[in-house]
Design a protein around this ligand. Structure first.
Ligand code: PLP
Length: 400
């Protein structure tokens, strides 16, 4: 077993060696511009991009022509939210979203609010799941877009997207979902689920960083964020990042192939991790629904301890507390706060994101390491630190 162990698969995933292999020729041999229409250099990469587009589209049940390549889910989310808001300006000025969304949704919404849009931020239950009735109540005649993530990046909770989409469609409102964490991990079908726009990113599904896609249902009007040469049907100008797109295609195809077996394997590993932890430790709770959840996510709070202490102590295990993108800030996670957790429990959380390259032996190592760390950190403070009253109590009676 190699150390350190990587269990931070919600922050990013290792690029699968098969993906790297697929990308390499497009850095060297095949360097043409996919928009060059008059020579073989262009045709070769144009065909490779077309294949990749079909592979990514197939992962979510979309027609290839309805997919726009972007730089990642942040850009896809911005394009969906701002692009729909602008294109629908004469139909309405209201967006509905949820309090547990990624910053790449919340921040574009905040900017639109500064420009006069109205945004409703729905609360979730303390299991992290949005009640469709809350959405139904929030939609007004001026609502133009509902944007709710498919799977949460901190707690892995899955939202009932098909039910939300049905409600939105019945009221003539578009539904966008950020599927950065769900894609490649759980089945997605934009047709069956009634999704109008869907964001993807390659680096959460064993592909390269800096490439993503937005599915836009045929006929849905979106204003571009980036104007220029008219690439991607005018919705996202700029020369295509061919090696990354090819890698994205290969990564999507591998996920589609391996999903059923891999999801079952990861949920067994995740359950083994959770069982191992709760067997040896008291005062540990799971954050978010255990039923409506990605198979590879575990997010727990450890009573009496701070997430940072745990991360420091787990020195050869890569996990995180809260989201990678906001971990620079010391604020407790807005997601855990939305579940109703107090500051203390929200700060006591750690997130495990298991992945394709994790093994049972690694899980067992992490259980052992975490349990001995927590036991050590919770051990009674040295006598000279204790209040007078506590001083003469046997250690096991002390409160920590
Ligand atoms: C990672 C992530 C993003 C951002 O994706 P990038 O490709 O890094 O821009 C957006 N939403 C969710 C839910 C994510 O997990």
């Amino acid at each position: 077993m190699d150390l350190p162990i990587y269990m931070d698969g919600h922050a990013t995933t290792r690029v699968d060696p098969r993906v790297i292999e697929a990308m390499l020729p497009f850095f060297g041999e095949y360097y043409g511009n996919a928009a060059s229409r008059h020579h073989r250099f262009g045709w070769t990469v144009r065909d490779a991009v077309a294949d990749a587009r079909a592979e990514v589209a197939a992962l979510v049940g979309a027609p290839a022509r309805d997919l726009v390549f972007t730089s990642g889910a942040t850009e896809s989310n911005n394009l969906a939210v701002k692009g729909v808001a602008e294109a629908a300006r004469n139909r309405g000025n209201h967006i509905v979203t949820a309090r547990t969304e990624h910053r790449a949704i919340l921040d574009p919404c905040a900017r639109l609010e500064q420009q006069g849009m109205r945004v409703s931020y729905l609360s979730v239950g303390n299991d992290g799941v949005l009640d469709p009735a809350a959405l139904e109540a929030a939609i007004t005649p001026t609502t133009v877009l509902v944007t709710v993530m498919m799977a949460n990046n901190e707690i892995g909770v899955l939202q009932p997207i098909a039910a939300l989409a049905r409600l939105a469609r019945a009221r003539g409102v578009l539904l966008h979902t950020d599927a950065a964490q769900a894609a490649g991990k759980v089945p997605i079908d934009v047709e069956a689920d009634g999704i109008d726009l869907l964001s993807l990113t390659a680096h959460k599904l064993y592909g390269p960083k800096g490439v993503g896609a937005l599915f836009i249902r045929h006929g849905v009007a979106v204003a571009p964020l980036v104007d220029g040469g008219g690439h991607e049907g005018g919705l996202r100008s700029g020369t295509l990042n061919v090696p990354a797109i090819v890698g994205f295609g290969r990564a999507a195809a591998i996920c589609a192939d391996e999903m059923p077996g891999e999801a079952a394997r990861l949920s067994r590993l995740r359950d083994r991790l959770w069982d191992g932890i709760r067997r040896s430790l008291r005062g540990v709770t799971v954050n978010g629904s255990m039923r409506a959840r990605l198979p590879h996510n575990l997010n727990i709070s450890v009573d009496g301890l701070h997430g940072e202490q745990l991360l420091m102590g787990l020195d050869d295990v890569a996990v995180s507390s809260g989201a990678a993108c906001t971990s620079a800030s010391r604020e407790p996670s807005h997601v855990l706060r939305a579940l109703g957790l107090g500051d203390t429990r929200a700060r006591a959380s750690i997130r495990f994101g298991l992945g394709r390259f994790n093994t049972e032996a690694e899980v067992d190592y992490v259980i052992e390491k975490l349990c001995s760390l927590v036991t050590r950190l919770r051990a009674p403070t040295p006598v000279f630190d204790l209040a007078e009253d506590d001083r003469n109590l046997p250690p096991k009676w002390r409160v920590y």
